[in-house]
Design a protein around this ligand. Structure first.
Ligand code: NAP
Length: 207
């Protein structure tokens, strides 16, 4: 299974660090030459252009701002691939989400990437959480949602490989609910001063 991570910002690096050495990994960036040295940080993963990374991959993680993810998702070379959408479509002033209720970032990405299979994942995990030990996140849920069963299964395996637990939220429309949870996490983390070493989790309550 070859995984391409497009974008090596905070999230791209965090996910790459968790997957390095565990799966065939390609790091897709706009300027591959300028980023070539990053390979050594991530288990000698290949650093490639966006086009080469997509061509090599079965699963393509869009570790990009929502607007850029929408642009990239429209590429015809993503046909047949599994796309992982990790975005929170936050307003520029972080006061809330720019879309929701009747659609979601994941569904908008699926609409432009109609020949790919989009799965929502990782949007409730702060980038800094990836720096914690895998043991400390083994029970931290990543909410996963998608319409293609095989794609959801493949991304669920990826989530576990990255050192997290899977909370399957059902079809891609669940992203309308998961993205506000991501926004709530941002509010707790930044607005209410809890910091970014937090993650939302569902709990079973004893009767
Ligand atoms: N940060 C978090 O804690 C967090 C948590 C959960 C979800 N998310 C979501 O994760 C996504 C990434 O967030 P981030 O914090 O990692 O952002 P970031 O640090 O700003 O990194 C974004 C990356 O996207 C690349 N990029 C931007 N426009 C591009 C384009 N048109 N084509 C190709 N690459 C492009 C940038 O590459 P260059 O270096 O070439 O500019 C940069 O490496 C966002 O959707 C965010 O909502 C973030």
């Amino acid at each position: 299974m070859t995984v391409a991570i497009l974008g090596l910002g905070n999230m791209g690096k965090g996910i790459a660090a968790r997957l390095a050495g565990k799966t065939d990994l390609v790091l897709g960036v706009r300027d591959a030459a300028a980023n070539a040295a990053l390979s050594a940080q991530f288990g000698n993963a290949r650093v490639a252009s966006i086009a080469d990374a997509i061509a090599a991959a079965d699963i393509v993680v869009l570790a990009l701002p929502y607007g850029a993810a929408l642009e990239v998702a429209a590429r015809p070379d993503l046909a047949g691939k599994i796309i992982v959408d990790i975005s929170n479509p936050v307003k520029p002033d972080f006061s809330g989400l720019s879309i929701g209720h009747t659609t979601s970032a994941a569904e908008e990405i699926q609409a432009v990437a109609s020949a790919a299979k989009v799965v929502k994942a990782f949007n409730t995990i702060f980038a800094s959480v990836f720096a914690a030990s895998a043991a400390s996140t083994a029970n931290v849920p990543v909410f996963v949602a998608g319409n293609d069963e095989a794609a959801v299964a493949a991304v669920s395996e990826l989530v576990k490989l990255a050192g997290f637990a899977v909370e399957n939220a059902g079809g891609l429309d669940a992203a309308r609910l998961i993205e506000p949870v991501g926004m709530l996490n941002i509010r707790f983390g930044y607005g209410l001063g809890r910091g970014t070493a937090i993650a939302p989790q569902w709990t079973n309550v004893a009767a």
